[in-house]
Ligand binder design. Structure first.
Ligand code: PLP
Length: 413
């Protein structure tokens, strides 16, 4: 099991799921749960759709696999790449497929190295990310991530060229009188970090539009534009990790431009891209990058990709998923129900143990505190998020415990 706790697992065992329909999961004992987690932020169109099963089965019968390498492709992969180029903002017109979010991040990292070497900027390879961020669990994705709890000492991490700045978590920045002052601090900190490393050495900044696994952290208003402007100023590529936020969770195909007003150089996505029906990730990048790496006459080979890059069955699932999202206007629902959900969750603030309710639309989180005044956490051994999620499970509601949080990201339906 990913994130297996070796001590408690033999006592507690697994919750074994058997079937699902729409927003509901049913375990092997027949207990039904409203899945407010959306699997792992991914079952956007809801489960059990015949149309998805039919599209997948038809593609398996027609062509289950063909090599994506060098100069071969399939119709679904080509159609999906074209569709993503249409949906993505700005000049993000080039798509590399991968097997999920971690490999999309890994590909972004390798793309950045390749790009800088093509430009002759062999020292410009450092990346900056944020404390508390989650970008996946390949070696490099986990090293870019900044969640302390995900960095146990038994694993090693790439440290030589990966740096972290503060999480934009205002709730836990009591030393600032207001959000604007906190924002100024965050922007200054990033600029200082770029200058400390040397702007000729910093290649990229990695950021989730809203930090997900790090606690649904919605940065102060203006954070994205100001950090993006800094990146432009110093020639630093902006990588927007939209593995959670894309495909409707915040009410749009992508959140970077439509919610936060920036056009990054690279967007990574996965999860809602196929609504969890099959594994798929994509790294979408700009014409500007492509024009450098793919310059004519350079005789280069971009040796990145996987046996299952652009797998035709996964791409068919994503195309059908996107078609359903468009036809059913699912994002309208994500917008109106998402706004309602956020408002209603705020009513929990009346409870003495609820310190903060935060998020945007269908990406929400409740933070529990031992004291509202000091914002002090409950002692970790209590595992308050798990205590509450166990109670919720018994009542037929799944919420995701992460430390002192319960995180919710329901299907968009
Ligand atoms: N990036 C973000 C923002 C994520 O939340 C995740 C997974 O939760 C990943 C990357 C990694 O995706 P995957 O688990 O599909 O490899």
């Amino acid at each position: 099991h990913p994130w297996q706790m070796f001590d408690s697992f033999p006592q507690e065992g697994s919750m074994i799921m058997d079937r699902a329909e729409g927003c509901y999961l049913v375990d092997i004992e027949g207990n039904s749960y409203l899945d407010s987690v959306g699997g792992l932020w991914c079952t956007n169109i809801g489960q059990g759709r015949d149309e998805m099963a039919d599209a997948i089965a038809d593609q398996v019968r027609k062509l289950a696999y063909a090599s994506p390498f060098v100069d071969t492709t399939t119709v679904p992969a080509a159609q999906l790449a074209s569709k993503l180029a249409d949906l993505a903002p700005g000049s993000l017109n080039h798509v590399m497929f991968s097997c999920g979010g971690s490999t999309a991040i890994d590909s972004a990292y390798r793309l950045i190295q390749f790009y800088q070497n093509c430009r002759g900027l062999h020292d410009k390879k450092h990346v900056i990310a944020r404390d508390g961020s989650y970008h996946g669990s390949t070696y490099v994705a986990m090293s870019i991530g900044g969640k302390k709890g995900d960095h146990p000492p038994e694993f090693d991490y790439k440290r030589d060229n990966i740096h972290h700045v503060s999480s934009p978590n205002y709730y836990h920045a009591p030393e600032f009188d207001n959000e604007a002052a906190f924002l100024d601090f965050l922007v200054d900190e990033l600029e200082h970090k770029i200058l400390e490393i040397g702007s000729d050495k910093v290649a990229a900044f990695f950021a989730e539009p809203i930090m997900g696994a790090g606690g649904v952290i919605v940065p102060p208003k203006g954070y994205h534009q100001r950090t993006h402007a800094l990146c432009k100023k110093y020639g630093v590529l902006y990588v927007s990790d939209e593995v959670v936020t894309a495909f409707g969770r915040l009410g749009h195909w992508f959140a970077s431009e439509e919610v936060f007003g920036i056009i990054p150089d690279i967007i990574t996505c996965a999860k809602g891209l196929s609504s969890g029906y099959l594994p798929l990730g994509a790294t979408i990048y700009s014409d500007e990058i492509h024009n450098i790496i793919g310059a004519q006459g350079e005789d280069r080979c971009f040796t990145n990709g996987y046996t299952y890059s652009g797998h035709p069955v996964c791409c068919v699932a994503a195309l059908k998923n996107i078609e359903i999202m468009e036809r059913e206007k699912i994002f309208n629902n994500a917008q109106s129900v998402g706004d309602y959900f956020g408002e209603q969750l705020k009513s929990l603030l009346d409870l003495p143990i609820v310190g903060e309710v935060r998020g945007y639309r269908l990406m929400q989180c409740v933070e529990f505190v031992a004291s509202k005044e000091t914002r002090e956490d409950f002692p970790p051994p209590l595992d308050i998020g798990k205590v509450i999620s166990d109670i919720a499970d018994a009542k037929g509601l799944m919420v995701r415990p992460i430390g002192n949080l319960n995180v919710m990201s329901p299907p968009l339906i």
